[in-house]
Design a protein around this ligand. Structure first.
Ligand code: MTE
Ligand code: MO
Length: 321
């Protein structure tokens, strides 16, 4: 589709940055060294912004679960925490400082819909019930950049078990906070706030689906989706919804934020697949943040052993976008 005048959501990274300019900028930053890169990309202010301390800090670092291994180095922490997608704070990558405005206590989470045990609970109550662990996961954005992150948290399945869904529940729908006073991006009325994502029950209870509360051995920072976000390493990053306030069990397939905006480009399944290009760019390779050159993208982002069986017999579906 040829779009004459691009609107915000159409300016995803691969188009927003002309290739030539992108490569020049990268060359300069590389010549300056990685420290300079993070300094240039994100002023030192980011780390220093005076947001209240996170009361869960004592829970970290969590013990690493060695079952989940990487084929590449962990991304530099500064880079991973200053290069973000969080449209609640704008469509640019440098939202880390602005996101410090997000109040993360009190933070109430609702669990409702087709469940035996509807409930609302505070994030610290949820943390008390959980056993935290650390997992190293790849993280692949639909924009064709990637990183490798040590997340801390617990399996989404533990929350599903706590809620006790009815047999009629087919999907889990998740929702981000909505408060334009602390998230100026939500004043942009053309986006369908709040951010919503969804999974089938089989996906939500797959062992890889991980509720994130920490990152790099600390509480997850606001810009990365504090105090509770998802990590679904076999799907494009937009499925990994940030700053969740609600989990609803339902028999209707949820329509996500991105699907509402542009269903021709962002579908329900969104499994990483190098053979299915995005309508406007290839997904065959990825730009690994902090690393020179591109590397091939793997089917299911390399997690096929865990998840391929979930997608048997779904040939008619728009599976991978
Ligand atoms: N609420 C909310 N969740 C979100 C997004 C967002 O804009 N808002 N962006 C998504 C996208 S496109 C990606 S790639 C990841 C980015 O996570 P990171 O900034 O921690 O790397 O968050 C996802 N979750
Ligand atoms: Mo993304």
């Amino acid at each position: 589709m040829l779009i004459k005048r691009k609107r915000g959501w159409e300016l995803r990274e691969s188009e927003a940055t002309p290739e030539a300019m992108f490569h020049d900028r990268r060359r300069i930053l590389q010549a300056m060294g990685l420290g300079a890169l993070t300094a240039a990309a994100s002023p030192a202010r980011v780390a220093l912004a005076a947001a209240p301390a996170d009361p869960s800090a004592g829970l970290y670092p969590a013990r690493r679960n060695e079952r989940y291994t990487l084929d590449r180095p962990v991304t530099d922490e500064k880079l991973a925490t200053t290069y973000n997608n969080f449209y609640e704070y704008g469509s640019q990558k440098t939202i880390a400082e602005d996101a410090q405005e997000l109040p993360i206590r009190p933070w109430t989470i609702a669990i409702d819909g087709m469940v035996e045990k509807p409930m609302t609970l505070g994030i610290d109550d949820l943390l008390k019930r959980a056993t935290l662990e650390e997992r190293l996961y790849r993280h692949r954005c639909v924009e064709a950049w990637s990183m490798a992150v040590p997340w801390s948290g617990f399996a989404l399945k533990a929350l599903v078990d706590m809620a006790q869904p009815l047999a009629s529940a087919k999907y889990l729908r998740m929702e981000t906070f909505e408060n334009p006073k602390v998230a100026p991006g939500q004043k942009q009325f053309w986006y369908p706030w709040p951010y919503v994502e969804g999974l089938t029950m089989a996906e939500a209870t797959n062992e890889l689906a991980f509720l994130v509360t920490g990152m790099y051995g600390k509480p997850v920072p606001r810009q990365d989706g504090a105090p509770l976000r998802l990590a679904l390493p076999w799907k494009y990053g937009f499925k990994s919804i940030k700053s969740i306030v609600k989990f609803s069990f339902t028999d209707k397939r949820p329509v996500s934020f991105w699907e509402k905006l542009q269903s021709s480009e962002y579908g329900f399944w969104a499994n990483v697949n190098p053979d299915v290009p995005h309508p406007r760019w290839s997904q065959a390779t990825e730009r690994v943040l902090g690393v020179d050159g591109r590397r091939p993208t793997l089917l299911y982002n390399g997690y096929g052993d865990y998840v391929a069986s979930l997608y048997q017999g779904l040939a008619g579906e728009h599976l991978f976008m």
